[in-house]
Design a protein around this ligand. Sequence first.
Ligand code: ZN
Length: 279
Amino acid sequence: MQEKLVFFRSMSSGFNMFGFILLGLVIARVTPHVWVWVKKKKIIRVYEERHKDFESLICRYNPYFKSLSKAGRERFLRRVLLFMELKKFEYIDIEPEESMPLLVSAAAVQLTFGLEHFLLDYFKTIYILKDKYRYGLYNMPFEGHVSEEGIYLSWTHFIREFNDYSDGQNVGLHEMAHALTYVNFTVQDGRDNAFYNHFNDFSLIARPIFERMQAGETNLLDSYAATNYQEFWAVCIETFFERSTNFRRQLPELYNALCSLLNQDPLTPEKVLVPTPAS
Ligand SMILES: [Zn+2]
């Protein structure tokens, strides 16, 4: 009898232990979804109350957003609000303004507008600095960079380069391009499966062009693209959005490869080529 009781007790404490572990796993699995759900609820409210103000602000600086239809703008803005809500913005030597997180989030959403997973999950913090800054042991001052600590942008250059949306220079899109490959290939936290799976197809077209640039060939891409393949990718993104017509005319295969990879064509009114499951 005593033996049976001990056996039962040990079974019972084993079950309790198992139950606690199971509960812990369920909570760990469910909590992020609940968190995002709560944020989405908040965003619905903010959208209803503020969407006109936000739309006019983004329209003033972002020609891509301005060119979207009403439905496209709504989808874009909802993505911006979710992105902005899930990131922490840190301001270094600069007074925060409402336009800062909004326009920086818009740059990320523009790049990922055709992708299902657009939150660049790994990056929890975005640092906004007043102007160019020193980083590490580099001699040249930086306008922006991406590291394991976060995404860094000089606000002066971010806004100046969106204001001149025709020269193929755009630090906001450039750094978001680095962030997108970082979450997909370096840390795999925020991966978009379609982007991840199609990147090799893009590289089959892109690598030979990059190698020819390294050998001295010039084209409409800024010569900085020849620095390394990561910079080639980021410069391609700047040119893809800011000089789309020239890009398609001069390097049509590369332009089309980018359209397929990002599931969007900036030269079409709605941009997105195949609707994504998530809005
Ligand atoms: Zn770069």
